[in-house]
Design a protein around this ligand. Structure first.
Ligand code: SOE
Length: 378
């Protein structure tokens, strides 16, 4: 087995999700590469040391530049806030490292393009962690669509609803709350949550041609944790948009952090000429499927329990009927990445694939400002 030395930047929620994937992938998948947790990097020396001890990283850094320059690192994994993705990715590409980057790829399209150019110029394997593609039920949806079972697609409907920022007393900025600070996050629900919906949609249903959007910031000012001052809120708290896909289908997308009672309700429904599909993150191991070609007397929505050995990825886990969860989507994505580098084939979404999501986000935010339909850049 070849070793793959990993240098992780960031030790928050995603640092944990990725580290778990690095550890589990070789235990459950047959891989030519053995990931080695060589170094973790974070700004707070005590916290990074504690993270390294818990997850088994051999060494620590507090400056990502040092990590990127190290000869004993093959892969730089970016799991830190969005405003740092570009500089780390470009430096890592120049240093000839493979790169995996947490979503969204960048703060905006122009930044994302620079990152794409850097990895393509360096010729290094790269991937963005849009993990929901690798939930087995979502991968099954992709297979059914690609087999043509739905026929011509008419409608795509996606939502990502949360409720964790409703309190006006919640501050913005700093650890855990950087998603509320526009200078660090780039945008609010558009880049954080709708980006997931858009990535899945582009993968399942092809390119989005144009969008018409509205956004709202319900709480206009919040205390900033780093400055201690009350500052203007620059993120979108909620966003809804209409879209036209290149294949002629119509779409609605909605996301908010103000849907009381919903924690991470990501759902999508696709309606085709022959069949429809519905998926719900709160019930992630099920795929709802309706096929009009079934015999009329027994026709109805089927709730497919995606846990059988012939379902995507499931043959590698337990016995049929036993379900897996959120963290496994990261394990699958990393296993695919390692299989990709062994076979010389990129694992999706690459930086270039993820740039298209960034362009849709840019068009959405532009449309919300202009109150006009916007074409999505190609
Ligand atoms: C935000 O709460 C968040 O953690 C996103 O940043 C993730 O990408 C999403 O998968 C769950 O929600």
């Amino acid at each position: 087995m070849k070793t793959l030395n990993i240098g992780l930047v960031g030790y928050g929620f995603m640092g944990r999700a990725h580290s778990n994937a690095f550890r589990k992938a070789p235990k459950f998948f047959d891989l030519e590469y053995q990931p080695v947790l060589r170094a973790v990097c974070g700004r707070d020396a005590a916290k990074v040391k504690a993270f390294a001890a818990r997850w088994g990283y051999e060494t620590c850094e507090t400056d990502w530049r040092k990590l990127v320059e190290r000869d004993d690192i093959d892969l730089v994994d970016i799991a830190c806030p969005n405003d740092m993705h570009r500089d780390i990715a470009i430096a890592a590409a120049r240093a000839g490292k493979m790169i995996t980057c947490e979503k969204p790829l960048a703060m905006n399209g122009p930044e994302g393009l620079k990152m794409v150019q850097a990895v393509e110029k360096a010729g290094v394997p790269n991937m963005v962690w849009y993990n929901y593609r690798r939930v087995p039920a979502v991968t099954l949806a992709k297979q059914l669509i690609d087999e043509g079972r739905l026929g011509k697609i008419f409608h795509y409907r996606a939502k990502f609803l949360q409720d964790w920022t409703i309190s006006k007393d919640l501050p913005q900025g700093g650890a855990g709350l950087w998603r509320l600070d526009v200078k660090v996050a780039g945008s609010g629900v558009t880049g954080d949550l709708l980006a997931h919906c858009i990535d899945t949609a582009l993968w399942l249903n092809g390119r989005i041609d144009r969008v018409s959007a509205m956004t709202e910031t319900f709480i206009k000012q919040r205390k900033h944790n780093l400055t201690g001052k009350v500052e203007k809120v620059g993120i979108d708290d909620a966003c809804a948009f209409l879209a036209r896909f290149e294949n002629g289908s119509l779409a609605t997308f909605e996301s908010t952090r103000y849907a009381r009672g919903h924690k991470a309700l990501y759902t999508f429904e696709i309606n085709g000429e022959h069949a429809s599909i519905f998926w719900d993150l709160h019930d992630l191991h099920r795929l709802q499927y309706f096929d009009h070609r079934d015999e009329g007397r027994v026709r109805g929505w089927r709730s497919i329990h995606v846990t059988d050995g012939d379902h995507p990825y499931m043959g590698k886990w337990w016995v049929p009927g036993l379900q897996i969860g959120y963290e496994h989507s990261f394990v699958h994505q990393f296993a695919d990445f390692l299989q990709g580098i062994a076979a010389g084939k990129p694992a999706s979404p690459t930086f270039r694939d993820a740039l298209q999501t960034q362009y849709v986000c840019d068009a959405v935010l532009k449309s919300a400002k202009s109150s006009r339909w916007q074409k999505v850049a190609a």
